[in-house]
Write a protein that binds this ligand. Structure first.
Ligand code: SAH
Length: 377
């Protein structure tokens, strides 16, 4: 290899276009990794070796890959395993069963991921963008706007890191193996469509190509970008689609989920039913319960009429507090009445637990500031 002159890292002036995230093996499928390894003058089998470390053993630090000759290891690590995520802070609550990690990316952008251990499964909630451009007024991530899309590897690396935390036995009372991934962290996954699809392929490909998760255990949550929902239905993936509905009527949804001004409730639900028909998967309807805003009995009845007889499940989310918000969660009796009315309409309904509230790790609380309100424990 010829060595290039070292360029100054900073010229003082801000770059006009931010540098792309460095390429990483998780951006490529196994064939792509093999081609690259050969280009670097190494035998193709090294691609599998690296992949087995990363996806099979959850080893992210090349220094620990001692079965690779030192020189090759350095060269391969530089081209295929650059550091993508640097931990800024990790926090835990629920006796360690909920953990939030705050990451700094190569360009200084910040994102968060959350691990949730249950008796029968381990779920990670990952970010697909730094920030979010969808501007939902009750969501902390929406308030700061979009910084940028994450690369496929930046998305996957969050899951691989947290899978390693689970495998280390850090989450007592839960199985050691990561089983579920939800795209419910920062960002709108369907606004970063191609990279998210690639990330799903990596998460679900069997090791050593990928993490070997079941597609059915992946949930993609969207504000309702109708063309992208329709495209997703064509991908022949059996991932679960979650639709952040939050209101059954356009007047209120226009305010709560501003993208509704572009795609109305009826259009977004049509796309959801087409997804269900195409994949045979029940669509999850997300509904944050906001006191005196969207929790009236008539709205429960209207929602019930829209969903009755459909392949749908409603997930009510007690509104989590976000800084400066004028809204709070519905009182429990109001919530119970809402559930009762939906069930009476024949719609399966559950109330989501509010895991991670104390560490600002619950739904809608991810805002990635370096001066978090909770202390690390
Ligand atoms: N952009 C995607 C992915 C984010 S998922 C989407 O909106 O679906 C996060 C889920 O938490 C979404 O259903 C979102 O609407 C919901 N949420 C956002 N802020 C919340 C809050 N303050 N309390 C409860 N749920 C919230």
């Amino acid at each position: 290899m010829t060595s290039l002159p070292v360029l100054p890292l900073s010229t003082g002036a801000p770059p006009r276009r931010p540098a792309r995230p460095p390429r990483h093996l998780a951006d490529l499928d196994l064939a792509g990794r093999q081609a690259l390894v050969v280009e670097l003058g190494e035998p193709a089998f090294r691609a599998k070796q690296l992949s087995t470390h990363y996806f099979g053993r959850l080893v992210r630090d090349p220094a620990q890959m001692t079965d690779l000759p030192a020189a090759a290891r350095e060269r391969l690590a530089e081209s295929l395993m650059p550091t993508l995520l640097t931990a800024v802070r990790e926090m835990a609550c629920d006796d360690g069963a909920t953990r939030k990690a705050l990451w700094r990316l190569h360009d200084g952008a910040l994102v968060e991921s959350v691990l949730m251990g249950y008796q029968d499964r381990v779920t990670v909630c990952i970010s697909s963008q730094a920030g979010c451009g969808m501007a939902c007024p009750f969501c902390a991530t929406g308030q700061a706007g979009l910084t940028r899309n994450l690369s496929t590897a930046e998305i996957v690396d969050q899951a691989v890191y947290l899978a390693g935390v689970a495998a280390s036995g850090a989450v007592s009372g839960s199985p050691p193996r990561l089983s579920h991934v939800v795209f419910m962290g920062m960002g709108e996954p369907l606004a970063n469509y191609a990279r998210v699809i690639e990330a799903i392929r990596r998460l679900c490909a069997p090791a050593p190509e990928g993490l070997g998760l079941s597609q059915r255990h992946i949930t993609v949550s969207t504000v309702g970008l109708v063309p992208a929902m329709r495209k997703l239905a064509e991908e022949e993936l059996s991932v679960t689609l979650a639709l952040s509905l939050h209101a059954p009527d356009d007047e209120l949804r226009d305010e709560l989920v501003p993208v509704n001004q572009r795609w109305k409730v009826s259009e977004v639900l049509d796309a959801a039913w087409d997804y269900a028909a195409r994949t045979g998967r029940r669509v999850s309807i997300e509904y944050a319960m906001i006191r005196d805003v969207n929790d009236q009995p008539w709205r429960a009845d209207l929602l019930g009429r829209l969903l009755a007889g459909r392949l749908a499940h409603v997930n009510l989310i007690p509104l989590n507090p976000t800084p400066g918000s004028r809204w709070d969660a519905s009182p429990k009796p109001v919530e119970r009445e809402f559930v009762r009315r939906l069930r009476a309409a024949g719609v399966s309904t559950t109330v989501r637990d509010t895991r991670g509230r104390e560490i600002d790790g619950a739904c809608g609380q991810l805002a990635a500031s370096e001066t978090g309100s909770a202390d690390g424990r």
